[in-house]
Design a protein. Sequence first.
Length: 913
Amino acid sequence: MASPLAKARLTDYLLVAETISAVIPALERGGHKVQEEPRRMTIHSLYATNRLGVAAGLLASLLVVSPLPGDEPYARSRTYDLEHSRIALRFDLAHKRVLGDVTHTLSILRDGTTRIAFDSVGLTIENVTVNKFPVKFETTAEKLIVPLPGGAKAGEKFDVSLRYEGKPTKGMYFIVPDKDYPDRPIQIWTQGESEDTRYYLPTYDYPNDRLTTETILTVPASWLTVSNGKLISVSDAGKGLRTWDWRETVPSSTYLITVVAGEFEEVKDAWRGVPVTYYAPKGRGDRLSVNYSRTPAMMDLFSKKLGVEYAWEKYAQVMVDDFVAGGMENSSATTNTSSSLNHPKIAAEMLTNEDGLISHELGHQWFGDLVTCKDWGDIWLNEGFATFMENVWTEAHYGRDQADYERWESGRGWFSQPNLFDKPIVRYDFEDSSEFDGNAYTKGGWVLHVLRSQLGDDAFYRGLKHYLEANRGKNVVTADLAKAIEESSHVNVDQFFSQWLYGAGAPKFDLGYSYDRDKHQVELTVKQTQKVEGRVGIFHLPVNVEITTASGPKLYSVTVSKAEQVFTFSADSAPLMVLFDKGDNILKSAEFHKEKKEWLYQLKNADEFADRADAVSTLEKIKNDDEAASALGNALNNDKFWGLRATAADALGKIGSPAASKQLRAGLDSANEPWVRYHIVSALGSFKDDSAIAAKLTEIAKADRSYRARAAALQALGRLKAPDALVTLEAAISEDSPDGYLRNAALRGLGPLGDDKAVSLLEQWSVPGKPIESRTAAIRSLASLEKNNQGITKQIAGYLSEPNFPVRMAAVFALGGRGDAIAVPALEALLKSNDLSIEMVPMIKRQIASLKKTAATRLTPPNGDGGESAAAASETSGDSEVVLERLDKLEHLVQEMNERLKAIETHLAPPKP
Ligand SMILES: [Zn+2]
């Protein structure tokens, strides 16, 4: 992987995996295919296997797919209200243990309550008192049960104190140096959402309760700590320790509790007197400002737009290594992956940098933290809003075109996942597919945009303000949002909510028009072609239609409400352009039957990005048409918005004709922005057998002014198996670049290139001590070379016992794809080791089965009709070649996804410039 994946919070991260998992079945041949249906995956539990706690790469996690018992869909009935927790923690770093001393203050909700239960998994409870009196408690695998002497009455208050210790398998993670990576800064961090706080803290672990906290952390004097709320004091605790006292006076849910401690550096900022702080692992503090300094401007924008000021005592963002997700919106103290700390030179090549991630998590401070979904079935009230808030920042800071571009891309991404279509956003049946899906994020964010465009900004934002104020500090369901909008704007949104939130799918339009010269009329036929079944119905929508004739444009509003309708509009002459849903304000797909000349006109003349982009995506389907290629080339060179130019470059790559190649090369000469050059170079990588392109890519790989373009060129050269690619890739590997950016790209390119001369170089970059990202790239590429060299197989097999999870997984898949059966005993030994998560087992078994199959067919002696077994053998070895090649393609795809994820937490984020 190019980077330790994802800017996505755990669940967002899973989404990425789900998105790409559509590709996975194609990787698996014959009888052993992975689940077609995306399943909830446990990244967390992978970490239990991960002594060093290194972040799992996307590819690895993708393949670590297994059905798990899902989160509880409905909110629990409660017997008590947890009001306040005083959480004092110490850490045994050598053994990765937590030592806790916790007092929960709670009040009873039901008369006659004789016992209360806390969620607690894997923790050893040493002592429990109720109002300071010791009690006999019980524990089960998932609960701590505390008796209340004599039964309690509603309203009665108790202080329940617990002393416990444990070695958390999830929820809390310890990142420590070891012999191969002796300089790693020590980091302890937590990740509560969705139901993992219970692994390090016995508590009420479901969103439908809110409490204030005091978090008291005693750590070595040289460490920093971060937790929710205000820092009250830091005091000497003796023996080289200090005690940090944090207090959060605004109540929030227990999945939003955070504890971070370790060797960090800090940069202090402020917004209207509220402390704003950024933290990086020691040694990377100089990267904070370049990536994070727009935070106060975002706090300002969101406070103004929403009419509700940022509510917490401070805003901290802590970047940690090996984070299990991209970001997590803990109340007042977000945790983000340290891969968001881009090298300043790479950051300079990213138009929107990490703003997607930063604005998403900040948006959650209102939607998620201040107002929290009551149950996981309503998770879109957190995630859809946070996704929408990214777009609010983008529009305000980068302009309307950029916001439109990101939304246009995300809408297409949503439609490319058919498994999402028949599921409503609000749903409670997610046992075998995570509720944190593309409906909660992408569609949720989109639906808010549709609502905004229907209500208008005034009514929409008045509704949000009322929703936030009426529900501040409370848990909500979707109906609370509908109610707030109706109360504030007097617009009934029941039908809107019924089709978009409780219903499934989105309209798929088939469109066509004719012009009647006698009547001077345009007749527009609108068909809704989505299959009406289950929760998918016919949509009822206001739609803007714009008709442009020689005398100018005219805008009409129609209401679509049937499977097929015809609308007529007067027009003084035949239209030059007819736009349905001008500007793309409805989540929809549309097949509009127009002539080529109309698409060409639309590409050149439509005002809004989405209408021009729709023309691009239609024209790219016309193959071998020089006029289309030349129009796209013109757009690539001359469009006023870079996103359209990038979209045109992508389209020319897909066309793949000589005319398209000519346009792309010309585009390179005129495109200065790294975010455009990246798209052009990547597109050039799809032209096979064109020596001029290989020469151009070589030149770019060596000397382009953009690192992103150079990395794209290095990988394209490998994919194209260009004649002199080896020399170019080797040179890039020996060269220093920011964070090894070019080296890792070149190491990745060596696998697809398939030149055995690269073996010793790849061996050098595979060994412990090298950067993890370089190692996983090198190991994967190494497995593609010298297929008969058992020394290589043994070297890779040696990495199976490493603590670094991404290295381990890279080795498992490299061995499976390599096809050398001598790896079988090592893989079988791995199966017997005691630190595997159950998810790894079937994966490893699949690799073993594949290797054994290959060996068996190879060993079958030729006989009378030996042709068949020889064919079988070659088919099988071809099989692993195919798998490997597809894995390489997948890796390329994953990198593209990474590029996109650079800024955005959601799956299928808008392409990162
Ligand atoms: Zn989120």
